[in-house]
Design a protein around this ligand. Structure first.
Ligand SMILES: NC(=O)c1ccc[n+]([C@@H]2O[C@H](COP(=O)([O-])OP(=O)(O)OC[C@H]3O[C@@H](n4cnc5c(N)ncnc54)[C@H](OP(=O)(O)O)[C@@H]3O)[C@@H](O)[C@H]2O)c1
Length: 243
């Protein structure tokens, strides 16, 4: 078993906000395991890991409870502890509610909400034994306010906020904190799907007049991990956007 300082697991961490969080936690001296949804090619992994030797990865889907349990067990076998879990994996399948298929509704709930439940459940078992731990969930301003075309996504993120507040209450007695970050529009592959026209329209509505950077979300995740007296909270990182 490798001796380790603080050990963090970041789901969906091979790109976007998850990768920015993983890199920031490495910079702060943590050993970070990224959960990659699919096996990266050797080239892709070299690019992801560049300059961050304390980064390693595990392949699995958070949406499958057996795979989630296996990922937590693998971290324990390798490092003997799990200090931080960041539930970042997420998908969108946008459509107006009246045209949304049950399959699209369920797929988003299964990844964004059930996925976070699967990971949190098995991480909490470890953290309860350790009597310490820190969980940060990636929610969204859609989960706080709703958003046209995002019934599935907004419901998943609203559910994730309920999960966050419950895990904070259940975890507190064993030294476990749980918080959420609710980003607005952040420049990643998820928002790159939007047409240029829609991006321009949204940018006009953002008081800070630009999309956020993945690392600006990562900074908030790091802050929530570092402050020992914050639990059960949701912090928005949205440039002032009110949707
Ligand atoms: N970007 C924004 O504006 C924004 C705003 C609010 C909230 N968020 C939230 O922030 C988080 C990260 O978003 P992002 O913008 O960085 O998105 P992204 O670039 O699309 O990255 C999402 C990551 O999640 C992974 N993933 C998807 N399904 C998974 C599964 N079943 N198991 C494990 N990993 C899975 C993806 O892997 P594959 O691509 O290989 O499937 C990808 O690495 C998400 O929870 C998102 O809802 C983002």
């Amino acid at each position: 078993m490798e001796a380790a300082e603080q050990v963090a697991l970041v789901t969906g961490g091979a790109k976007g906000i998850g990768l920015a969080i993983a890199k920031r936690l490495v910079k702060q001296g943590m050993t970070v395991v990224i959960n990659a949804h699919r096996e990266p090619s050797a080239e892709a992994w070299a690019e992801i890991q560049a300059g961050n030797p304390k980064l390693s990865y595990l392949v699995g889907s958070v949406a499958d409870e057996a795979e989630a349990e296996t990922m937590i067990a693998a971290v324990m076998t390798k490092f003997g502890r799990l200090d931080v879990l960041v539930n970042n994996a997420g998908i969108t399948r946008d459509k107006l509610l009246s045209r949304m298929s049950a399959a699209d509704f369920n797929a988003v709930i299964q990844t964004n909400l059930v996925g976070a439940f699967n990971m949190t459940k098995h991480a909490m078992k470890v953290m309860q034994k350790q009597r310490s731990g820190n969980i940060v969930n990636l929610a969204s301003i859609s989960g706080l306010n709703g958003n046209i075309g995002q019934a599935n996504y907004a419901a998943s993120k609203a559910g994730l906020i309920g999960l966050t507040k419950t895990a904070a209450k259940e975890g507190a007695l064993r030294g476990i904190r749980c918080n959420a970050v609710a980003p607005g529009m952040i420049a990643t592959a998820m928002t790159d799907k939007l047409s240029d026209r829609i991006k321009t329209e949204i940018t006009k509505q953002i008081p800070l007049h630009r999309f956020g950077e993945a690392d600006e979300v990562a900074q908030t995740v790091a802050f929530l991990i570092s402050n020992p007296y914050i639990t059960g909270q949701v912090i928005t990182v949205d440039g002032g956007l009110t949707i």
